[in-house]
Design a protein around this ligand. Structure first.
Ligand code: ITT
Ligand code: NA
Length: 182
């Protein structure tokens, strides 16, 4: 079985390839860049991207829209995570959290699957953790060095462990349940 995953993000591709290869599914990356809508949550963003890509390519596609939601910042950056990573980066996210005692945060992934001529389906996963006080570890990508999961950051824990418990893994597990049911 093969699945086309539309993403320009190598970290996301490596993780989804790693997870799905364990289930005997080959993942093919399509780097097509489709305009993203703005919305308060990830589901409509992922769904619109999957729909646009499926119609443009004429094949079933998977997309992944993810973000980090920080409680003390009322869920920011959430759907604006890409913009914040590109323009601020982890050091300035840590600055925003200066003096903040409540470090609670979660990562969320919504994967959307769409076939041409059909409506997209979405599958979400979250993992809870805390914003670290400094960047730690070189594994993973994006916000991983500042996301503390039970005392170690995703940067320290690395992709192999991350793939067993992550927001992305949980979203993919839900997608796999759907695939099994059809
Ligand atoms: P696409 O081409 O797939 O859209 P993207 O990089 O725009 O790639 P997102 O909008 O889903 O992807 O990601 C939002 C931001 O959150 C982006 O800066 C990612 O690097 C970061 N991010 C996503 N998943 C992450 C994870 O598991 N760990 C750390 N950072 C993550
Ligand atoms: Na994106």
């Amino acid at each position: 079985q093969k699945i086309v995953f539309v993403t320009g993000n190598a970290g996301k591709f490596n993780e989804i390839q790693g997870i799905l290869s364990g289930f005997g599914i080959e993942v093919i990356q399509n780097k097509g860049d489709y305009p993203e809508i703005q919305a308060d949550d990830l589901e409509p963003i992922a769904a619109a991207s999957a729909k646009a890509a499926a119609e443009d390519l004429g094949i079933p596609v998977l997309v992944d829209d993810s973000g980090i939601f920080i409680k003390a910042l009322n869920g920011f950056p959430g759907p604006y995570s890409r913009f914040v990573e590109d323009h601020l980066g982890n050091p300035r996210v840590l600055k925003l959290m200066d003096g903040e005692q409540n470090r609670d945060a979660y990562f969320k992934t919504v994967v959307a699957f769409c076939k041409p001529g059909e409506e997209p389906l979405t599958f979400a996963g979250i993992v809870e953790g805390k914003i670290a006080f400094e960047e730690r570890g070189t594994g993973g990508f994006g916000f991983d060095p500042i996301f503390d999961y039970n005392g170690k950051t995703f940067g320290e824990l690395g992709t192999e462990f991350k793939n067993t418990i992550s927001h992305r893994r949980r979203a993919i597990d839900s997608f796999l349940n759907y695939l099994k049911s059809v």
